[in-house]
Design a protein around this ligand. Structure first.
Ligand SMILES: [Zn+2]
Length: 224
């Protein structure tokens, strides 16, 4: 117990307390404020990762009966892209997250983010791609080499192929361009695929953005 108390007190000294005090809730934030909070959290993760921690036991207690996540993230399943950490060491109850290889939107993911936005009131949806994404690289290999992949991996990456084809002849790195194009395209498709989400965007209650996470720098670049 003594060691735990000491740890909490030390944490407060290095800046955890202001972070916890700033924990937003969905109903309190506009889409632009949620975007600003994500950017600030990522900046903190890049520049001061040592303060990206919090009293998880306290947060667990605060949200156990009710959740009000203030941002929804569709991210790749890649083990190096954990949304809660890269947006500044967020705790339980803050992000509504759907993950799959390639940060794609199938029926399950679409229903998940509709629930996050329409039922839970999360004011922003981020489609988060990342550098050196294996799923996008695989889709690029389908385009350039007609590659095939075992099991359900081939069908899974099919939605990335139109994005890869769209940037195939563009200058620069093919895979990197496809990563960006796929995230932008997926973010754009959300509104087209969901009248529910489109209505929230139109009403100013929701923003849908694409972003790219840099594995080396830890930074998130917002693309749209
Ligand atoms: Zn990936």
């Amino acid at each position: 117990m003594a060691a735990s108390a000491t740890a909490i007190s030390a944490s407060a000294v290095v800046g955890i307390k202001p972070v916890q005090a700033a924990t937003p809730s969905a109903s309190a934030l506009s889409p632009d404020q949620a975007l600003a909070a994500l950017k600030a959290g990522n900046q903190k993760y890049v520049s001061d990762p040592q303060v990206c921690t919090m009293n998880l036991a306290q947060r667990r207690g605060e949200v156990s009966a009710h959740q009000e996540p203030w941002a929804t993230v569709i991210s790749c399943a890649d083990s190096r892209v954990p949304p809660e950490l890269i947006f500044g060491g967020l705790g339980v109850g803050e992000l509504f997250v759907a993950r799959n290889a390639g940060n794609l939107v199938d029926t399950a993911t679409l229903g998940t983010v509709e629930y996050g936005a329409a039922v839970l009131g999360s004011p922003i949806i981020v489609v988060l791609g990342h550098g050196r994404c294996g799923a996008v690289a695989a889709a690029c290999k389908v385009v350039t080499e007609n590659a095939t992949f075992p099991g359900s991996i081939g069908p899974m990456i099919e939605p990335i192929i139109p994005a890869a084809i769209a940037v195939r002849d563009k200058p620069g790195d093919f895979i990197e361009n496809a990563i960006r194009q796929s995230a932008i395209r997926t973010a754009g498709r959300l509104e087209a695929a969901s009248p529910m989400l489109a209505g929230l965007v139109k009403a100013g209650k929701l923003k849908i953005v694409a972003a790219r996470y840099d594995l080396d720098a830890g930074s998130v670049e917002f693309l749209s």
